[in-house]
Structure formats: C-alpha cells, structure tokens
Design a protein around this ligand. Structure first.
Ligand SMILES: Cc1ncc(COP(=O)(O)O)c(C=O)c1O
Length: 433
C-alpha cells in the first residue's frame, strides 16, 4: 500500500468512526433505496453524512458536526439555507393553499422577471428541473427542424439522462448524439461535417460545470453560434449553472444570443425548478390556443411554492450588485487558493469562473475533459476527507459553489483550512514536478 493509499484509508476510517448516526441512517435507507441513495451525485463511500439542518452557509449533520457549506447544493443553494425573504414568501404562499388546479398570478410574474434578465428568452416555460428543461429544449429543436442529430460535448452534463462524462451514459435518453471535444472547433467541424443537414441542435454549457468548471472560450462558444446559423440547427445554451455568473447569465457577458436557453437550480429559491425559453417563433408553438400546438405538460410546472420562492429571491434578494459581489468574491478566492497551492508546490489547482470552481489534482492547463485524464482521484479524495474532518464541506468531486451568505470571513476560513490540509498531507501529495 502506498503512503497516499494509507493516508486515505486512515482519513476514511476516522470519518466513519466519527459518524455512527449517519452510518445507521444510511444502512436503514439501504433497505429500500439502492445503496441508500436516490440522487447519484451525493454518494461517496463509505456513506455520505446525513445532514440534519442548515442555516446561512452552515450545515449540521446528524452526528452533530458543523460544516462550512462550500458546496451550496451544487449551485441551487445560492441564497443559503435560511434567506428570510424566501422563508416569508413560502409561508405566505402556504397560507393560500397548495395545488390550486389552475393558472395563478404567480407564473406570469416570475416569467416576466426572468425575461427581464435574459432578453434572449423572448418567451419561456417552466419545468420541474434542469433536466426536464433540457429535454424540452431538445424536443423543441427536433420538432422545429424535423432533424434528429444533436451535438454535445465530452464532459458535458445536462441532467441525469443527458450526461456526457466519458462520452455518454447507458441511461441517457436515446438520441442521435454527436459528441465532440469541448473548446475545440476543429474537432467540432470534423465530427459535424458528414451530418450538417441533419443537425437539429447544439446543446452546450458555457462552462463545463459538473465536468470540472472548465470555462468555454468565448471564440469557441461564438463559433458554435456561427455553426448553428450555417447549418440551420438551434443553439441551446444550458445556463442551469452559469446563469449566476451575471444578472443575465454568461450569455450577457459574452454577447451571445442563443436560440434557446435552459435554466434551473436557484431560480426556484431553493425549490424544484427548471425553465426553457428563447426565440418567440419557437416558443409560440406551445401556445395552446393554436390548432396543432405542441404539448408541454407537467403537474408541478407552476406549483405555488416554487413560483413564490423564486419570485421573492429575484425581486427581493438577487440584485445585480449582490451577484457581482458574489462572483468577484469567487474570483478572488480562486486566485488565492491557486496561489496558495502553487506556493506549496503541490499539483492541485482550481478552475472556474466567478462563484463556481472545482479542484483538480492536475498541474497543467485544463481546457477539456481530456486534460483531466491523468488526474489521480485518490488525491482529491484525501483532500476532501481532510477538509471534512476540519469542518469544510465541498463536493466529493472537488466542486465549490459560493452562496450569498458565504462572505469574506468564510473565504478566509476555507483558504486557511485548505492550507492546513495541504501542510498536513504534503508528504503524500503529488508535486508540480
Ligand atoms: C449544466 C446543468 N444542466 C442541467 C442540470 C440538471 O438539472 P437538474 O438537476 O435540476 O435536473 C444540471 C444539474 O446539475 C446542470 O449542472
């Protein structure tokens, strides 16, 4: 057993011993849920901590440990765990009753608020998740073009049935995928060339989120816009994660106007949410007054709690100024963490944009999923468990998403804790060579 394996085994054993309640909760859940799990991304061996409650940007597990929440519910927790305006809006909506069986005043109001932020969403519709939003955007594209092929990117993630880590997944929805390398227009051209007349859509994240917070080059993303125009395909920009990078998402920062945009995560104020929207001529096809209108159903598409919480978040909390400050804080934190890791001489780095970042056990430049091929996951695991032992919670895969309550003091705490971990583990961490 190598020193790294030994250090990791010890860290995991310490983790297990300190969490008997979480272990018991997990064992009980295993009687009905495969592996005790109903959301794949959350599991890591031997068992994940069972969270008992949250407040601001802090979490407590069922064993009584307190953690600084640097994960922010994979970006859906942008407002933190207890934003007063959102709690008040949910309470107010509850008083009016749930499941009202018809339109309400809420969905139009929230849609207008989103349209104001994303002018490319001339019309939009709500779903219950980002996955559904992407499925509906793809369905819109295939219905509009009468074509079947969809260009996606290795390392891309658009939902549990639209996942392209390693190129694809056996549980992906059946579709005619063309999978190209991210940030590589030559690869795109080569793969698309035989199918230009068959391409229905290009589905792309402006930053590979789950794939490791790898930013798309502006020239690459604008090149995809041009390719869509040349081929008659629709450009679908998946801003489920990146919408938080500015008031109008990354598309506003890039001056990029997609045909369709998909949203999700925090726009529901912490409740289930998704939306797809874009060019009016495309969305108009869902107008139920028209004969032959396209159908888009969903019992909970306009559920009152999501509509209320989403609206409170956007109108009372998430000003352009607060978003900018959050992303500035993220940029500064990432630079600080990278400077720290470089000064310690370890082959670890954070990539990302604004308040989104991922830690990678790799020294060189990272522009696509292929650049992560040499990453040693044991290194990530060790740092993860050592941070957890010191009260900092990030995703097991190294993902960090700051929330609004995560301020300067919390950035200091994350940086000093990472420094402590790197110092503690220095002997077994790979050097920059
Ligand atoms: C870019 C992106 N698209 C889509 C999704 C799927 O959203 P949901 O989990 O709400 O279905 C995610 C979720 O992480 C995502 O990061």
């Amino acid at each position: 057993m190598s020193n790294l394996d030994q250090a990791l085994a010890q860290a995991i054993e310490r983790y297990r011993q300190a969490r008997p309640v979480s272990e018991r909760i997990h064992a009980e859940a295993m009687r009905a849920l495969p592996g005790g799990n109903t959301r794949s991304v959350l599991f890591f061996p031997p068992f994940p901590p069972a969270m008992a409650r949250g407040d601001g940007c802090w979490l407590w597990d069922a064993d009584g440990h307190r953690y600084l929440d640097a994960l922010g519910e994979f970006t859906a927790g942008l407002y933190g765990h207890s934003e007063p305006a959102i709690r008040a809006a949910i309470t107010e909506a509850l008083a009016g009753g749930l499941s009202l069986s018809s339109h309400t005043a809420r969905e139009g109001a929230l849609a207008l608020e989103l349209q104001r932020r994303f002018p490319s969403m001339e019309l939009l519709r709500f779903t219950n998740s980002g996955t559904e939003a992407n499925l509906m955007a793809l369905a819109t594209a295939t219905a509009h073009t009468g074509r079947r092929k969809v260009l996606v990117f290795k390392g891309g993630y658009h939902g549990g049935v639209l996942a392209f880590a390693g190129g694809g997944s056996p549980v992906n929805v059946p579709a005619d995928w063309i999978v190209a390398r991210y940030n590589d227009l030559d690869d795109v051209q080569a793969r698309v060339a035989p199918h230009r007349g068959e391409l229905a859509a290009i589905l792309v994240e402006p930053l590979l989120g789950s794939g490791g917070c790898i930013p798309g080059d502006p020239a690459f993303l604008l090149g995809l816009r041009a390719l869509a125009d040349e081929t008659g395909a629709l450009l679908i920009l998946d801003e489920v994660m990146t919408s938080r990078l500015s008031f109008g998402g990354r598309q506003a920062l890039l001056g990029l106007r997609p045909d369709l945009t998909t949203l999700g995560k925090y726009f529901g104020g912490g409740l289930s949410f998704g939306a797809f929207g874009g060019r009016a001529d495309l969305l108009q096809r869902f107008d139920p007054r028209a004969s032959g209108a396209l159908q888009h159903a969903g019992t909970f598409n306009n559920n009152v709690l999501t509509m209320a919480a989403g609206m409170a978040g956007l109108t009372q909390v998430l000003t352009a100024g607060r978003l900018q400050a959050l992303n500035d804080r993220g940029d500064a934190l990432r630079e600080r963490l990278n400077a720290l890791l470089a000064s310690r001489g370890v082959a670890l780095q954070f990539t990302g944009l604004g308040s989104l970042m991922t830690m990678h056990p790799v020294a060189g430049a990272i522009r696509s999923a292929d650049d992560l091929a040499a990453a040693d996951d044991r290194v990530k695991a060790l740092v993860f468990f050592e941070l957890l032992a010191r009260g900092v919670f990030m995703a097991r895969r190294g993902f960090v998403a700051l929330s609004l309550p995560f301020g300067e003091a919390e950035c200091d705490l994350l940086a000093s804790t990472l420094d402590e971990v790197v110092t503690h583990c220095r002997a077994v961490l790979p050097g920059r060579g």
